[in-house]
Design a protein around this ligand. Structure first.
Ligand SMILES: Cc1ncc(COP(=O)(O)O)c(C=O)c1O
Length: 389
């Protein structure tokens, strides 16, 4: 079987072009997300080695939904092509109404965006564009923080607990002892650890801290949670607390390439942030229309959640059999310590057709692997055995 293709074909196959990258990009670009940088790193590494890129048999580095979009969303997407000549004013308003109805908030509490990355960037600009500090706890999702750093903001971070959770008490103490904090960033469930904060603790933290500093909660993976684990922070928005919630359609809805996300915040804040952002006018009518269909398709969301849990179990079992520990995850990715240098592991896995992400922290190399289909997790485990034996 031919496991190698030329770079151009690979770019096309892996949908790299959809992220707006090209193989010619050789420099690290801080405005790219970690996943996009990862893809770029694979391309650069193989170009440097003068090797053809391997066929990617399991794309497990970007926490995408391996099942695709809901059949109802697909149908809506295709139909909406017929109104592709019109701006999506009406559809944008309809989607905001829909989200508001479900969350118990008002449409003016919602800011639609072309993926939540856009909101992360806008928030970094809005809160720290003129300098200041952001408080967080690392390791976490660095996009907003990297963006703020590019504006010369300072990132103040406290270590996480031994369970790999945000340490909310340490954050409160840091906030009390540090001048100039303009925003608190929390990712819940957290990427890359896959852990969550107890809903009551997070809610109490947001209530207390947002009296002093706005709290931004990135809820990209919230749709994977069971109801009991899901905090209702939208309620705080209606109560006027200074919290900003970021959601995305990229995960449970499978819209990573279609680009749809939204923020929820008090109406005044939505209005102020909107001055830095084109909001729903950046999103295509096809994506918004498909988004509405997907939002209402509970069956598809349940299916994706169930399949994710199934494939995650396959991974857990495989890792246990190989004697590896992992951080129990509430998401569609799992973090676990590896016994090889990160780049060596990543490249060897990639050579075996599996894309993963790795990181060093706490003086330890870690792999973060996305949950694909059951078949893809088996491909991952086969490659993992080969690479680590
Ligand atoms: C925690 C977190 N927030 C935000 C995003 C950005 O997602 P998108 O821009 O596709 O909505 C991601 C993507 O992986 C993520 O992991």
């Amino acid at each position: 079987m031919n496991h190698s293709i030329n770079r151009r074909d690979w770019l096309r196959n892996s949908a790299l072009l959809a992220t707006g990258l090209s193989a010619g990009l050789s420099q690290w670009n801080p405005s790219l997300s970690a996943a996009a940088r990862q893809e770029q790193a694979f391309v650069n590494e193989f170009a440097r080695l003068g090797e053809d890129l391997p066929v990617l048999r399991a794309r497990l580095f970007a926490n995408e939904n391996p099942h695709g979009i809901s059949p109802k969303a697909r149908e809506a997407l295709i139909k909406a092509i017929d109104v592709g000549n019109r701006y999506a004013f009406r559809e944008g308003a309809m989607l905001r109404e829909m989200i508001a109805g479900k969350e118990g908030i008002k449409p003016e509490n919602i800011l639609l965006c072309a993926g939540s990355s856009e909101l992360l960037m806008t928030a970094a600009l809005f809160f720290t564009g003129r300098g200041g500090k952001i408080l967080t706890s690392r390791p976490t999702y660095d996009d907003l923080l990297d963006c703020a750093s590019a504006f010369k903001a300072e990132i103040v971070s406290v270590p996480q607990t031994k369970e790999h959770r945000y340490d909310l008490n340490a954050m409160k103490a840091k906030l009390a002892s540090t001048e100039g904090i303009k925003l608190v960033y929390i990712c819940n469930p957290n990427n890359p650890t896959g852990t969550i904060l107890p809903p009551d603790e997070l809610t109490a933290f947001c209530k207390e801290v947002s009296q002093t500093v706005p709290v931004f909660v990135d809820e990209a993976y919230i749709d994977f949670l069971a109801p009991a684990d899901r905090p209702n922070l939208a309620k705080l928005v209606t109560e006027g607390y200074n919290v900003i919630l970021a959601r995305t359609f990229s995960k449970i809805h499978g819209f990573a390439g279609l680009r749809l996300g939204y923020g929820m915040a008090p109406a005044k804040l939505v209005k102020e942030i909107s001055a830095y952002n084109r909001g729903e006018y950046e999103i295509s009518v096809t994506t918004i229309t498909a988004g509405m269909a997907s939002y209402n398709d509970q069956d598809w969301q349940n299916f994706c959640r169930t399949e994710n849990a199934k494939a995650r179990e396959v991974l857990y079992k495989g890792l246990q059999q190989l004697g590896y520990e992992y951080v129990p995850s509430y998401t569609n990715f799992v973090l676990f310590p590896i016994r090889m240098k990160t780049k060596t592991f990543e490249n060897q896995m990639f050579r075996n057709g599996v894309g993963t992400q790795t990181r060093d922290f706490d003086n330890q190399p870690w792999c973060r692997v996305s949950i694909g289909t059951v078949d893809e997790m088996n491909i991952f485990l086969d490659a993992f055995k080969k690479v680590t034996s």
